[in-house]
Structure formats: C-alpha cells, structure tokens
Ligand binder design. Structure first.
Ligand SMILES: Nc1ncnc2c1ncn2[C@@H]1O[C@H](COP(=O)(O)OP(=O)(O)OP(=O)(O)O)[C@@H](O)[C@H]1O
Ligand SMILES: [Mg+2]
Length: 263
C-alpha cells in the first residue's frame, strides 16, 4: 500500500488526533477513549471524541446520548453536523447515523467514505485533541484513518493476559507499518488489578501481572498507564455517567496520568 497515493485531508482546526486501538475486542478501548477525553477536558483542553466503531458504537451510551440525532447547520454554504457536548467533550458517533442492523454491511468503500465524511463534516470548531475510538481489529476503519488523515499517533489498549497481547501485537504491527504507519504513543494496560473497597492497600492481579509492561518493552514504547478493575466502571459507563467514574481516586489518577503522558 502506498501512503502517498491518496491525498490526505489536513484538519487544520484540530491540533492532535489520537487513535485508540487494539487488535482485541472488549479490552476497554471505548472506556479508555472516553476516560482520556473527559480527563483532557477536565484539564482545560478543548477536546472532541469521535466514535468510529461502526460495528458497536459506544459513545452514545457512555455519554448518555441514546436516541439523540445531531443537528445540521449550514456554514459557508456547506452542511455540517453539530457534535453534542457532554462532560466537557464534543462527541460525535457513527452510531447516530447507522442502524445497528445495517452496520454489518458497512464494509470497504462504504465504511471508508462514511467515516471520512463524518470526520470532515462535523463542526468540531478549534480542538486541542480529537480522540478517535476504533473497532477491534485492523480493518477498514483503521486503514481509512491512516490513509486519508494525518493522526498524531495511536494508543494501544490491552489487558494483561497473553491471549489479549498476541492480538494486540497484530494491531501494533499494522500501525507501525513502514508505508502507512504512525507513531505508537504507547500502551495502556486496562483491568490491571482489582482492589477491594475495604482493603485499599491490596492489589489482586486477576488477569496476570506485568503483561502491559512486557508488551511495551517488546515494541520499545512507553507503558502510559495502568487502569485498575473497578466495580463502578460497568455501571457508570452503561448509565452514561462518566463523571461518576472520576469520583474514584485510583481511576481518576490513572486517566490523569494517561492525559499527561500525551501532552
Ligand atoms: N477497568 C475496568 N474495570 C471494570 N470494567 C471495565 C474496565 N474497563 C472496561 N470495563 C468494562 O468492560 C466492558 C468492555 O469495555 P469497552 O466497551 O470499553 O471495551 P472495547 O474494547 O471498547 O470493546 P469493543 O471491542 O466491543 O469495542 C464494558 O462493560 C466496560 O464498562
Ligand atoms: Mg469499543
């Protein structure tokens, strides 16, 4: 694949575009993308989140925007969709536009043009950061982002166990491809350990210990953050209450560390 073959779109109103990816499903990409975006917004950065997961969009749930439909506005003779703002983050999701039943047939050119249009035709305004949540794997969405845009880099999410790691390595290899690759900013290890509420000094390494660190070392990239397993995580996220998540000091600290690591 030749990276120069396609004219790339330069989104000059956005300073940094950060992709959140993983070869593996269910490791916490969407949670990490949302948590990072909220954390950056809390630090005062103008932040957007694009949910590019055509097969399982999460942002409408995470940001409490179910059944919402974005407005369209005419700017200089062109139509733009208006992102929603929640928890200080401008949110746009491909899930606002596609019927979940249709998503499976969104492949190849259709997925590519839909995503490109969404990224270009959203009225983001001036952003310091645009965080892009992607589907698992290394498919059309990832290739489109790499070929059609100029992302600053990618954060790779993994859980500590080896099976997750081997899938994640495939994604790292694609993102570091000589032709279409971009900088790997580092690894986030999610679900690193569990600390019971009544025993705040104890850590139980339920999925193993040190997997994220080994992965980071193998690819010579930093381990940006370790996010503990948190009982509130599922509940807060499923109910669109990202703010509740940040009331847990360990979770807040992990996301702050992640936000600081990419500045
Ligand atoms: N640190 C954590 N502690 C507890 N639950 C978590 C944690 N991280 C993620 N989860 C939960 O695990 C589930 C999967 O997380 P999430 O949807 O973020 O993964 P994903 O990688 O985006 O999945 P997919 O590949 O389907 O897009 C969610 O229910 C989420 O709330
Ligand atoms: Mg997801």
């Amino acid at each position: 694949m030749d990276n120069n073959a396609i004219q790339k779109t330069n989104l000059s109103n956005i300073k940094k575009i950060i992709i959140i990816a993983s070869g593996k499903g269910g490791v916490g990409k969407s949670t990490v993308a949302a948590g990072l975006a909220v954390s950056l917004a809390l630090e005062g950065y103008s932040t957007g989140l694009l949910d590019a997961d055509i097969y399982g969009p999460s942002a409408p749930t995470l940001f409490n925007l179910m059944c919402e439909m974005p407005d369209v506005e005419l700017i200089d003779g062109k139509n733009y969709v208006t992102p929603f703002t929640n928890f200080g983050v401008k949110v746009m999701s491909i899930g606002f536009f596609i019927d979940p039943a249709e998503a499976v047939i969104w492949r190849g050119p259709r997925a590519s043009s839909g995503l490109t249009q969404l990224l270009k035709d959203t009225n983001w305004g001036e952003l310091d950061y645009l965080i892009i949540d992607t589907p698992p794997g290394t498919g059309d969405v990832h290739i489109t982002l790499l070929q059609n845009f100029m992302p600053t880099g990618v954060i790779v999410v993994t859980t500590p166990q080896e099976m997750a790691l081997s899938d994640v390595k495939k994604a790292i290899n694609m993102y570091s491809d000589k032709q279409i690759g971009i900088p790997i900013l580092g690894v986030v290890e999610n679900m690193s350990w569990f600390t019971p509420v009544n025993h705040p000094d104890e850590k139980y390494y339920i999925f193993g210990n040190g997997g994220g660190e080994r992965l980071a070392k193998e690819f010579n990239v930093p381990l940006l953050a370790q996010i503990p397993i948190n009982e509130k995580m599922c509940k807060s996220c499923d109910n669109g209450k990202m703010n509740e998540l940040f009331t847990d000091p360990a979770i807040k600290a992990a996301f702050e560390q992640l936000a600081d690591s990419i500045q």
